[in-house]
Design a binder for this molecule. Structure first.
Ligand SMILES: [Zn+2]
Length: 426
Protein backbone atom coordinates (compact mmCIF):
# COMPACT_ATOMS: atom_id res chain seq x y z
CA UNK A 1 0.00 0.00 0.00
CA UNK A 2 2.04 2.82 -1.24
CA UNK A 3 0.99 6.25 -2.20
CA UNK A 4 3.44 7.91 -4.46
CA UNK A 5 3.42 11.65 -4.07
CA UNK A 6 6.20 13.75 -5.40
CA UNK A 7 7.99 15.91 -2.92
CA UNK A 8 10.71 17.68 -4.77
CA UNK A 9 13.57 19.30 -2.94
CA UNK A 10 12.54 17.94 0.42
CA UNK A 11 16.10 17.94 1.69
CA UNK A 12 17.59 21.43 1.53
CA UNK A 13 21.10 20.01 1.80
CA UNK A 14 20.77 17.98 -1.34
CA UNK A 15 21.63 19.90 -4.50
CA UNK A 16 20.51 16.99 -6.66
CA UNK A 17 17.01 17.20 -5.36
CA UNK A 18 16.92 20.91 -6.08
CA UNK A 19 18.05 20.23 -9.61
CA UNK A 20 15.20 17.75 -9.86
CA UNK A 21 12.71 20.47 -9.23
CA UNK A 22 13.64 22.34 -12.37
CA UNK A 23 14.33 19.50 -14.77
CA UNK A 24 12.17 16.46 -14.27
CA UNK A 25 15.09 14.16 -13.69
CA UNK A 26 15.68 10.46 -13.48
CA UNK A 27 15.66 10.19 -9.75
CA UNK A 28 12.71 12.04 -8.45
CA UNK A 29 12.11 12.20 -4.80
CA UNK A 30 8.91 10.57 -3.76
CA UNK A 31 7.09 10.03 -0.57
CA UNK A 32 6.29 6.74 0.94
CA UNK A 33 3.28 6.36 3.15
CA UNK A 34 4.03 3.12 4.90
CA UNK A 35 4.89 -0.08 3.16
CA UNK A 36 3.56 -3.35 4.33
CA UNK A 37 6.66 -5.34 5.02
CA UNK A 38 7.06 -9.03 4.77
CA UNK A 39 8.21 -10.52 8.01
CA UNK A 40 11.64 -11.84 7.29
CA UNK A 41 12.04 -13.76 10.49
CA UNK A 42 15.21 -13.93 12.47
CA UNK A 43 18.31 -14.65 10.55
CA UNK A 44 21.73 -15.36 11.87
CA UNK A 45 24.18 -12.63 11.00
CA UNK A 46 27.72 -13.39 12.02
CA UNK A 47 30.40 -10.69 11.93
CA UNK A 48 33.69 -11.91 10.54
CA UNK A 49 36.52 -12.20 13.04
CA UNK A 50 39.38 -9.75 12.88
CA UNK A 51 41.63 -12.58 11.75
CA UNK A 52 39.34 -13.40 8.84
CA UNK A 53 39.16 -9.74 7.81
CA UNK A 54 42.95 -9.52 7.87
CA UNK A 55 43.32 -12.59 5.69
CA UNK A 56 40.67 -11.85 3.11
CA UNK A 57 41.74 -12.39 -0.43
CA UNK A 58 40.22 -10.35 -3.18
CA UNK A 59 40.54 -10.63 -6.91
CA UNK A 60 43.44 -9.21 -8.97
CA UNK A 61 43.64 -5.46 -9.43
CA UNK A 62 42.96 -6.07 -13.14
CA UNK A 63 39.32 -6.82 -12.15
CA UNK A 64 38.62 -3.13 -12.44
CA UNK A 65 40.87 -2.21 -15.35
CA UNK A 66 39.01 0.28 -17.48
CA UNK A 67 40.66 -0.89 -20.71
CA UNK A 68 40.75 -4.41 -21.97
CA UNK A 69 44.48 -4.46 -22.50
CA UNK A 70 46.38 -7.54 -23.59
CA UNK A 71 46.00 -10.23 -20.96
CA UNK A 72 43.54 -8.22 -18.91
CA UNK A 73 40.66 -10.17 -17.50
CA UNK A 74 38.82 -7.05 -16.43
CA UNK A 75 35.31 -7.52 -15.13
CA UNK A 76 34.62 -3.85 -15.71
CA UNK A 77 36.09 -2.89 -19.09
CA UNK A 78 33.67 -4.96 -21.21
CA UNK A 79 30.75 -3.12 -19.56
CA UNK A 80 32.14 0.33 -20.37
CA UNK A 81 30.34 0.62 -23.70
CA UNK A 82 26.93 2.05 -24.60
CA UNK A 83 24.41 -0.67 -23.75
CA UNK A 84 21.00 0.67 -24.60
CA UNK A 85 18.37 -2.10 -24.35
CA UNK A 86 17.94 -4.05 -27.55
CA UNK A 87 21.22 -2.88 -29.11
CA UNK A 88 24.39 -4.77 -30.01
CA UNK A 89 26.20 -3.13 -27.08
CA UNK A 90 23.60 -4.52 -24.70
CA UNK A 91 24.03 -7.97 -26.23
CA UNK A 92 27.81 -7.85 -25.81
CA UNK A 93 27.52 -6.92 -22.15
CA UNK A 94 24.99 -9.69 -21.56
CA UNK A 95 27.46 -12.10 -23.15
CA UNK A 96 30.21 -10.84 -20.85
CA UNK A 97 28.09 -11.65 -17.78
CA UNK A 98 27.20 -15.08 -19.12
CA UNK A 99 30.81 -15.87 -20.03
CA UNK A 100 32.03 -14.83 -16.60
CA UNK A 101 29.51 -16.82 -14.59
CA UNK A 102 29.54 -19.91 -16.78
CA UNK A 103 33.33 -20.09 -16.91
CA UNK A 104 34.31 -18.91 -13.43
CA UNK A 105 31.27 -19.51 -11.26
CA UNK A 106 29.52 -22.57 -12.70
CA UNK A 107 27.67 -23.30 -9.45
CA UNK A 108 25.54 -20.18 -9.89
CA UNK A 109 22.23 -20.79 -11.64
CA UNK A 110 21.83 -18.38 -14.51
CA UNK A 111 18.38 -17.27 -15.53
CA UNK A 112 16.90 -14.61 -17.82
CA UNK A 113 13.63 -12.83 -17.26
CA UNK A 114 12.44 -11.18 -20.45
CA UNK A 115 9.82 -8.61 -21.25
CA UNK A 116 9.11 -6.08 -23.97
CA UNK A 117 7.72 -2.61 -23.93
CA UNK A 118 7.33 0.41 -26.11
CA UNK A 119 9.07 3.57 -24.94
CA UNK A 120 8.21 7.24 -25.50
CA UNK A 121 11.35 7.61 -27.62
CA UNK A 122 10.90 4.64 -29.92
CA UNK A 123 7.28 4.79 -31.07
CA UNK A 124 5.49 1.53 -31.70
CA UNK A 125 8.65 -0.56 -31.72
CA UNK A 126 8.77 -3.17 -28.96
CA UNK A 127 12.04 -2.92 -27.07
CA UNK A 128 13.30 -6.09 -25.36
CA UNK A 129 14.35 -5.91 -21.70
CA UNK A 130 16.30 -8.80 -20.21
CA UNK A 131 17.09 -9.11 -16.52
CA UNK A 132 19.80 -11.57 -15.61
CA UNK A 133 19.50 -13.45 -12.33
CA UNK A 134 22.41 -15.39 -10.85
CA UNK A 135 21.47 -17.56 -7.92
CA UNK A 136 23.16 -19.83 -5.43
CA UNK A 137 21.11 -21.89 -3.00
CA UNK A 138 22.16 -24.50 -0.44
CA UNK A 139 22.44 -27.69 -2.53
CA UNK A 140 19.97 -29.66 -0.44
CA UNK A 141 17.28 -26.98 -0.27
CA UNK A 142 14.09 -26.81 -2.29
CA UNK A 143 13.88 -23.53 -4.19
CA UNK A 144 10.68 -22.52 -2.41
CA UNK A 145 12.28 -22.89 1.01
CA UNK A 146 15.21 -20.55 0.45
CA UNK A 147 15.37 -16.94 1.58
CA UNK A 148 17.83 -15.03 -0.59
CA UNK A 149 20.00 -12.05 0.06
CA UNK A 150 19.49 -10.22 -3.22
CA UNK A 151 22.15 -7.89 -4.59
CA UNK A 152 21.22 -5.80 -7.58
CA UNK A 153 22.41 -3.17 -10.03
CA UNK A 154 21.25 -2.11 -13.48
CA UNK A 155 23.37 -2.80 -16.55
CA UNK A 156 21.57 -0.75 -19.21
CA UNK A 157 22.80 2.72 -20.14
CA UNK A 158 21.01 5.91 -21.14
CA UNK A 159 19.53 6.16 -24.64
CA UNK A 160 20.58 9.81 -24.94
CA UNK A 161 23.10 11.45 -25.05
CA UNK A 162 24.31 9.12 -27.76
CA UNK A 163 27.52 7.35 -26.80
CA UNK A 164 26.82 7.72 -23.07
CA UNK A 165 28.81 5.14 -21.09
CA UNK A 166 27.42 5.21 -17.58
CA UNK A 167 30.46 4.06 -15.60
CA UNK A 168 29.02 4.85 -12.18
CA UNK A 169 25.54 4.39 -13.70
CA UNK A 170 25.90 1.42 -13.29
CA UNK A 171 28.78 -0.41 -14.97
CA UNK A 172 30.95 -0.21 -11.86
CA UNK A 173 28.22 -1.55 -9.53
CA UNK A 174 27.73 -4.50 -11.92
CA UNK A 175 31.46 -5.26 -11.91
CA UNK A 176 31.52 -4.92 -8.11
CA UNK A 177 28.76 -7.53 -7.83
CA UNK A 178 30.66 -9.89 -10.14
CA UNK A 179 33.75 -9.52 -7.94
CA UNK A 180 31.69 -10.11 -4.81
CA UNK A 181 30.17 -13.29 -6.25
CA UNK A 182 33.60 -14.65 -7.07
CA UNK A 183 35.00 -13.65 -3.66
CA UNK A 184 32.39 -15.63 -1.72
CA UNK A 185 31.89 -18.50 -4.15
CA UNK A 186 34.37 -20.97 -2.70
CA UNK A 187 33.40 -20.21 0.88
CA UNK A 188 29.71 -20.82 0.14
CA UNK A 189 30.61 -24.26 -1.19
CA UNK A 190 32.79 -25.04 1.83
CA UNK A 191 30.16 -23.89 4.28
CA UNK A 192 27.40 -25.92 2.68
CA UNK A 193 29.60 -29.02 2.38
CA UNK A 194 30.29 -28.68 6.08
CA UNK A 195 26.60 -28.36 6.90
CA UNK A 196 25.77 -31.38 4.77
CA UNK A 197 28.51 -33.43 6.39
CA UNK A 198 27.22 -32.45 9.82
CA UNK A 199 23.65 -33.32 8.83
CA UNK A 200 24.72 -36.72 7.56
CA UNK A 201 26.64 -37.34 10.72
CA UNK A 202 23.64 -36.48 12.85
CA UNK A 203 21.30 -38.53 10.76
CA UNK A 204 23.72 -41.43 10.95
CA UNK A 205 23.52 -41.26 14.74
CA UNK A 206 27.00 -39.79 15.12
CA UNK A 207 27.79 -37.18 17.69
CA UNK A 208 27.73 -33.53 16.91
CA UNK A 209 31.15 -32.19 16.35
CA UNK A 210 31.03 -28.85 18.06
CA UNK A 211 34.48 -27.95 16.85
CA UNK A 212 33.87 -27.67 13.12
CA UNK A 213 32.38 -24.22 13.34
CA UNK A 214 29.78 -25.04 10.73
CA UNK A 215 26.91 -26.10 12.89
CA UNK A 216 24.13 -23.66 13.14
CA UNK A 217 23.79 -22.29 16.64
CA UNK A 218 20.03 -22.41 16.58
CA UNK A 219 20.14 -26.09 15.88
CA UNK A 220 20.29 -27.49 12.39
CA UNK A 221 16.90 -28.00 10.82
CA UNK A 222 15.40 -24.90 12.33
CA UNK A 223 17.85 -22.77 10.41
CA UNK A 224 16.35 -20.63 7.73
CA UNK A 225 17.74 -21.79 4.42
CA UNK A 226 19.81 -18.93 3.11
CA UNK A 227 20.83 -18.35 -0.45
CA UNK A 228 22.20 -15.43 -2.37
CA UNK A 229 21.29 -14.03 -5.73
CA UNK A 230 22.43 -11.22 -7.96
CA UNK A 231 19.99 -9.42 -10.20
CA UNK A 232 21.35 -7.39 -13.10
CA UNK A 233 18.47 -5.23 -14.22
CA UNK A 234 17.88 -4.04 -17.74
CA UNK A 235 15.94 -0.91 -18.64
CA UNK A 236 16.37 1.16 -15.50
CA UNK A 237 16.91 4.40 -17.39
CA UNK A 238 14.20 6.63 -18.77
CA UNK A 239 14.26 7.02 -22.57
CA UNK A 240 12.83 10.53 -22.53
CA UNK A 241 12.26 11.69 -19.00
CA UNK A 242 11.69 9.85 -15.78
CA UNK A 243 8.08 8.87 -15.12
CA UNK A 244 6.48 5.83 -13.52
CA UNK A 245 6.13 4.24 -16.96
CA UNK A 246 9.27 5.61 -18.64
CA UNK A 247 11.84 4.07 -16.26
CA UNK A 248 12.61 0.82 -14.44
CA UNK A 249 11.27 -1.34 -17.29
CA UNK A 250 13.19 -4.41 -16.18
CA UNK A 251 12.60 -4.20 -12.45
CA UNK A 252 8.88 -3.53 -12.88
CA UNK A 253 8.60 -6.62 -15.06
CA UNK A 254 10.61 -8.76 -12.67
CA UNK A 255 8.77 -7.75 -9.50
CA UNK A 256 5.49 -8.46 -11.25
CA UNK A 257 6.69 -11.82 -12.61
CA UNK A 258 8.06 -12.95 -9.28
CA UNK A 259 4.94 -11.98 -7.42
CA UNK A 260 2.72 -13.88 -9.81
CA UNK A 261 4.66 -17.14 -9.97
CA UNK A 262 3.91 -19.12 -6.82
CA UNK A 263 6.08 -21.88 -5.42
CA UNK A 264 4.45 -25.22 -4.85
CA UNK A 265 2.04 -25.27 -1.93
CA UNK A 266 4.29 -27.09 0.53
CA UNK A 267 7.02 -24.43 0.27
CA UNK A 268 8.06 -22.13 3.08
CA UNK A 269 7.65 -19.06 0.87
CA UNK A 270 4.75 -18.37 -1.42
CA UNK A 271 6.68 -16.88 -4.34
CA UNK A 272 10.06 -15.62 -5.54
CA UNK A 273 9.32 -12.11 -4.34
CA UNK A 274 8.61 -13.24 -0.83
CA UNK A 275 11.80 -15.26 -0.76
CA UNK A 276 13.90 -12.09 -0.91
CA UNK A 277 15.27 -11.52 2.59
CA UNK A 278 16.76 -8.16 1.67
CA UNK A 279 17.19 -6.31 -1.61
CA UNK A 280 20.49 -4.44 -1.66
CA UNK A 281 20.47 -2.10 -4.64
CA UNK A 282 23.76 -0.53 -5.72
CA UNK A 283 23.62 2.51 -7.98
CA UNK A 284 25.87 5.43 -8.94
CA UNK A 285 28.90 3.97 -7.16
CA UNK A 286 32.48 4.50 -8.27
CA UNK A 287 33.10 8.20 -7.80
CA UNK A 288 35.32 9.34 -4.95
CA UNK A 289 34.05 10.45 -1.54
CA UNK A 290 30.54 9.02 -1.75
CA UNK A 291 28.10 9.77 1.02
CA UNK A 292 25.48 7.06 1.39
CA UNK A 293 22.63 7.98 3.71
CA UNK A 294 20.50 5.44 5.51
CA UNK A 295 17.21 5.84 3.66
CA UNK A 296 14.92 3.38 5.40
CA UNK A 297 14.29 2.81 9.05
CA UNK A 298 13.16 -0.77 8.56
CA UNK A 299 16.56 -1.73 7.12
CA UNK A 300 18.64 0.58 9.25
CA UNK A 301 20.01 -2.44 11.09
CA UNK A 302 21.50 -3.78 7.85
CA UNK A 303 22.84 -0.30 7.09
CA UNK A 304 24.57 -0.26 10.46
CA UNK A 305 26.07 -3.69 9.79
CA UNK A 306 27.45 -2.37 6.52
CA UNK A 307 28.80 0.80 8.15
CA UNK A 308 30.47 -1.25 10.84
CA UNK A 309 32.19 -3.30 8.15
CA UNK A 310 33.54 -0.11 6.61
CA UNK A 311 34.81 1.09 10.00
CA UNK A 312 36.52 -2.20 10.82
CA UNK A 313 38.13 -2.55 7.39
CA UNK A 314 39.46 1.02 7.61
CA UNK A 315 40.92 0.42 11.06
CA UNK A 316 42.59 -2.74 9.83
CA UNK A 317 44.07 -0.93 6.84
CA UNK A 318 42.28 -3.16 4.35
CA UNK A 319 40.69 -0.30 2.39
CA UNK A 320 42.62 1.88 -0.06
CA UNK A 321 40.71 5.13 0.32
CA UNK A 322 41.01 7.54 3.22
CA UNK A 323 38.05 9.91 2.86
CA UNK A 324 37.43 12.76 5.28
CA UNK A 325 34.13 11.16 6.22
CA UNK A 326 33.09 7.52 5.81
CA UNK A 327 31.12 6.24 2.82
CA UNK A 328 28.37 5.24 5.26
CA UNK A 329 28.11 8.00 7.88
CA UNK A 330 24.52 7.49 9.10
CA UNK A 331 24.77 4.75 11.73
CA UNK A 332 23.67 7.07 14.49
CA UNK A 333 20.75 8.54 12.55
CA UNK A 334 17.83 8.67 14.98
CA UNK A 335 14.40 7.31 14.17
CA UNK A 336 12.80 10.76 14.00
CA UNK A 337 15.18 11.84 11.24
CA UNK A 338 13.95 9.20 8.80
CA UNK A 339 11.65 10.92 6.35
CA UNK A 340 9.28 9.45 3.82
CA UNK A 341 11.47 10.57 0.99
CA UNK A 342 13.45 8.22 -1.16
CA UNK A 343 15.12 8.17 -4.54
CA UNK A 344 13.35 6.60 -7.50
CA UNK A 345 15.20 3.50 -8.66
CA UNK A 346 14.85 -0.23 -9.38
CA UNK A 347 13.94 -1.03 -5.80
CA UNK A 348 10.59 0.76 -5.99
CA UNK A 349 8.55 -2.02 -7.67
CA UNK A 350 9.86 -4.40 -5.01
CA UNK A 351 9.41 -2.03 -2.09
CA UNK A 352 5.83 -1.37 -3.17
CA UNK A 353 5.26 -5.10 -2.83
CA UNK A 354 6.69 -5.25 0.68
CA UNK A 355 10.30 -6.24 0.01
CA UNK A 356 12.86 -4.79 2.41
CA UNK A 357 15.41 -2.60 0.70
CA UNK A 358 18.87 -1.30 1.43
CA UNK A 359 19.58 1.39 -1.17
CA UNK A 360 23.27 2.03 -1.66
CA UNK A 361 23.21 5.24 -3.66
CA UNK A 362 25.05 8.44 -2.81
CA UNK A 363 23.45 11.74 -1.94
CA UNK A 364 24.37 13.99 -3.60
CA UNK A 365 24.81 12.11 -6.87
CA UNK A 366 28.32 12.09 -8.38
CA UNK A 367 28.98 15.28 -10.41
CA UNK A 368 29.35 13.23 -13.63
CA UNK A 369 25.81 11.88 -13.32
CA UNK A 370 24.04 11.67 -16.71
CA UNK A 371 26.82 13.54 -18.48
CA UNK A 372 29.30 12.32 -21.09
CA UNK A 373 31.92 12.49 -18.34
CA UNK A 374 30.44 9.41 -16.68
CA UNK A 375 33.07 7.15 -18.22
CA UNK A 376 35.89 4.88 -17.10
CA UNK A 377 38.41 7.70 -16.85
CA UNK A 378 36.26 9.50 -14.29
CA UNK A 379 35.94 6.52 -11.97
CA UNK A 380 37.88 6.55 -8.73
CA UNK A 381 39.21 2.99 -8.84
CA UNK A 382 40.33 2.79 -5.20
CA UNK A 383 36.74 3.65 -4.28
CA UNK A 384 35.43 0.97 -6.66
CA UNK A 385 37.75 -1.63 -5.16
CA UNK A 386 36.81 -0.60 -1.62
CA UNK A 387 33.15 -1.06 -2.42
CA UNK A 388 33.90 -4.57 -3.65
CA UNK A 389 35.60 -5.34 -0.34
CA UNK A 390 32.88 -3.83 1.83
CA UNK A 391 30.14 -5.66 -0.06
CA UNK A 392 32.06 -8.93 -0.01
CA UNK A 393 32.29 -8.80 3.77
CA UNK A 394 28.60 -7.93 4.06
CA UNK A 395 27.64 -10.98 2.00
CA UNK A 396 30.08 -13.16 3.95
CA UNK A 397 28.61 -12.03 7.27
CA UNK A 398 25.04 -12.47 6.05
CA UNK A 399 25.87 -15.97 4.80
CA UNK A 400 27.80 -16.91 7.96
CA UNK A 401 31.06 -17.53 6.16
CA UNK A 402 33.45 -16.82 9.01
CA UNK A 403 35.80 -19.75 9.27
CA UNK A 404 35.46 -20.78 5.63
CA UNK A 405 36.24 -17.53 3.86
CA UNK A 406 39.98 -17.18 3.99
CA UNK A 407 42.35 -19.91 2.97
CA UNK A 408 44.39 -19.31 6.09
CA UNK A 409 42.90 -20.85 9.15
CA UNK A 410 41.90 -18.41 11.84
CA UNK A 411 40.48 -21.23 13.95
CA UNK A 412 43.69 -21.79 15.93
CA UNK A 413 43.90 -18.12 16.86
CA UNK A 414 40.28 -18.14 17.86
CA UNK A 415 40.88 -20.94 20.33
CA UNK A 416 43.68 -18.94 21.91
CA UNK A 417 41.23 -16.14 22.50
CA UNK A 418 42.40 -13.52 20.06
CA UNK A 419 39.35 -14.16 17.90
CA UNK A 420 37.20 -12.28 20.37
CA UNK A 421 39.36 -9.19 20.23
CA UNK A 422 37.13 -7.42 17.77
CA UNK A 423 34.26 -7.50 20.21
CA UNK A 424 36.20 -5.26 22.55
CA UNK A 425 37.81 -2.99 20.05
CA UNK A 426 34.89 -2.56 17.66
ZN1 LIG B 1 21.08 6.87 -14.85
Amino acid sequence: MVTMARHIGLDPNNPQWHRSSTSLSRHLLSALLLTTTITTGVHAYTPLSTCTLQHLTFGPSSDFDIHNGFGSSSLLAPILIPRVPGTEGSRLVQQHFVDFFSSQLPDWTLEWQNSTSTTPATGSQLIPFANLILRRDPPWAKAGNVKRLTLAAHYDSLFRPEGFIGAVDSAAPCAILMAVARAVDGALGRRWEGVMAAKEKREGGGERDAGDGLEDEEGGEEEEEKGVQIVLFDGEEAWERWTNTDSTYGSRALAEAWQSSPYEASSTHSNRLESISLLVLLDLLGAGNPRIPSYFWDTHGAYKDLAKIETRLRKLGVLETAPASPFLPDSEKPYNRFTRGYIQDDHVPFMERGVKVLHIIPTPFPPVWHTMDDDGEHLDLPTVRDWAKIMTVFVAEWMDLDGVLSQESCAAQKEKGSGSMEKDEL
